[in-house]
Design a protein around this ligand. Structure first.
Ligand SMILES: NC(=O)c1ccc[n+]([C@@H]2O[C@H](COP(=O)([O-])OP(=O)(O)OC[C@H]3O[C@@H](n4cnc5c(N)ncnc54)[C@H](O)[C@@H]3O)[C@@H](O)[C@H]2O)c1
Length: 447
């Protein structure tokens, strides 16, 4: 979908008007192109005294082929700033964050990346450390609103013992693949295992894997299917009968397979399970992307609008997941990935049904994450405003507000959601379990 405002804001006259009227000035975000290095530039790595993660982080970056600096000289410019804050034990120690960032924050290049590594507050040794580690969330979310020029800031909670399981996460958060992800708190090793497989073939990390994607024929689902196929997976796309020809054309292009079924039909979980059992003896990645909106204020809500939204967005993912797990079809180191929404976090006018269904997807992650074994994980993305046919239907004024009300002053693209899902899907993301990561450009809603 086209964003005419962003186009006009980049013309010479548009720049003049934007500057003089103080209008939002959406930067052009860098996005990943095949064959690019993980980071196009140098990453400065620093630590508070006594930090336990910086060493592993520097080693990880070198393994990823990223140029690492341990100190900054006058005139240096950085594509990334990584700070290990795990040594911070008291609120007085928090000064270490200011001392590291203040001198270098201006040397961050456009579309730069800031990552703060920390201890999950609930795993802190005492109350003082818990307070100080929790405080870092306010720091990263505020810095996210300051960095500008397409840069992003994240907080990564690394459980003790999970220091060497951060590779796929650092690779994602430092690269252009995370273009529209900002001000997120990611947890590594806090639920399930603290260990992870190494990131071996970074061009095709999913080679040999089978990925089921519901709602695959258009919008975000199409982008997920294309991205997982790019990363080497065999994609099994699912969509409703009216979308059969679009689905078949895409799956033929990607060398994948189609299952044409309405996921709310009574036998859908069994049909999907039978397909992956017969053709592949199992499945590695399950992406519950299919979703619908039936917006109405609650006072005007019809029973069907409520029921169908809950059925597609929540009950179907629950039933399909349960069937695949029950039949032991999700292979070791498998991935279950939900698609929630910021409406499920912040709520949204006219979306009591949708917000309920999407908060339920987050509940599914919470409920399943501690119960999974053999390296299987469950996570969800919560997209903000993404440019698709779904959002093109929103009335103009609301649509324009939705696009601009975030730190990047623009809507995201389906590829931004797909790249986040590809990070969850990576075999090296075994310690990334129980997360809900917003792909929303640090939306002002429900921050
Ligand atoms: N676009 C956004 O801004 C946005 C924001 C937050 C969350 N999301 C979520 O992302 C997902 C994809 O959204 P989109 O914008 O690409 O939507 P879309 O309407 O463009 O695509 C949804 C796909 O799901 C399929 N589908 C719908 N009902 C189905 C059913 N019963 N059985 C099988 N397939 C079914 C549709 O045919 C379609 O191909 C949805 O879960 C949506 O709620 C989107």
């Amino acid at each position: 979908m086209s964003d005419r405002y962003q186009f006009l804001a980049h013309t010479p006259i548009g720049q003049f008007v934007v500057k003089n009227l103080g209008l939002p000035n959406p930067p052009t975000l860098e996005r990943y192109a095949e064959g690019q290095p993980v980071v196009d530039g140098t990453v400065l790595v620093g630590a508070a005294p006594g930090g336990r993660i910086a060493e592993a982080a520097a080693a990880t970056l070198e393994q990823l082929g990223v140029e690492v600096a341990e100190s900054a000289a006058e005139g240096d410019r950085f594509k990334g700033l990584v700070f290990d804050a795990s040594g911070i034990k008291t609120s007085a120690d928090l000064v270490a964050v200011q001392e590291f960032f203040t001198p270098v924050v201006r040397s961050l290049r456009g579309c730069g990346r800031v990552v703060v590594l920390a201890t999950p507050p609930e795993l802190a040794a005492d109350a003082g450390e818990r307070v100080a580690q929790r405080a870092l969330e306010g720091f990263t979310r505020s810095l996210g609103k300051e960095v500008g020029r397409g840069s992003t800031v994240q907080l990564v909670h690394v459980a003790p013992g999970a220091e060497t399981a951060i590779t796929s996460t650092l690779a994602f958060l430092l690269s252009p693949k995370s273009a529209y992800v900002s001000a997120q708190v990611v947890r590594i090793g806090a639920t399930g295992t603290t260990q992870a497989e190494p990131l071996t073939d970074s061009a095709q990390p999913l080679s040999g894997k089978v990925a089921l994607v519901t709602g695959a024929s258009r919008g975000i689902g199409e982008s997920i299917a294309r991205t997982l196929a790019r990363d080497g997976a065999t994609v099994v796309g699912v969509d409703v009968p009216p979308m059969a020809s679009e689905l078949a054309a895409l799956m033929t292009e990607l060398g994948g397979e189609s299952v044409t079924v309405d996921i709310t039909s009574i036998d859908a979980p069994q049909r999907i399970a039978k397909h992956v059992a017969d053709k592949h003896d199992g499945v590695d990645i399950v992406v519950h992307n299919a979703g619908i909106t039936r917006d109405k204020k609650l006072a005007n809500m019809k029973a069907d609008g409520w029921r169908s939204t809950i059925a597609v967005n929540l009950t179907a993912p629950e039933r399909i997941t349960a069937e695949l797990l029950e039949q032991k079809l999700v292979r070791d180191n498998g991935r279950i990935i939900g698609v929630a929404s910021i409406a499920g976090i912040a709520g949204n006018l006219g979306q009591t049904n949708y917000g309920t269904s999407k908060a339920g997807v987050i509940g599914l992650v919470d409920a399943l994450a501690p119960t999974l074994h053999n390296g299987v994980t469950v996570n969800a993305v919560a997209p903000g405003f993404i440019e698709t046919q779904m959002t093109a239907k929103i009335p103009l004024v609301i649509r324009e507000a939705g696009r601009r009300m975030n730190s990047l002053s623009q809507g995201g693209l389906p590829i931004d959601v797909a790249e986040t899902i590809a990070w969850f899907a990576s075999p090296a993301s075994t310690a990334v379990n129980g997360n809900v990561v917003r792909v929303c450009g640090q939306s002002l809603l429900g921050a």
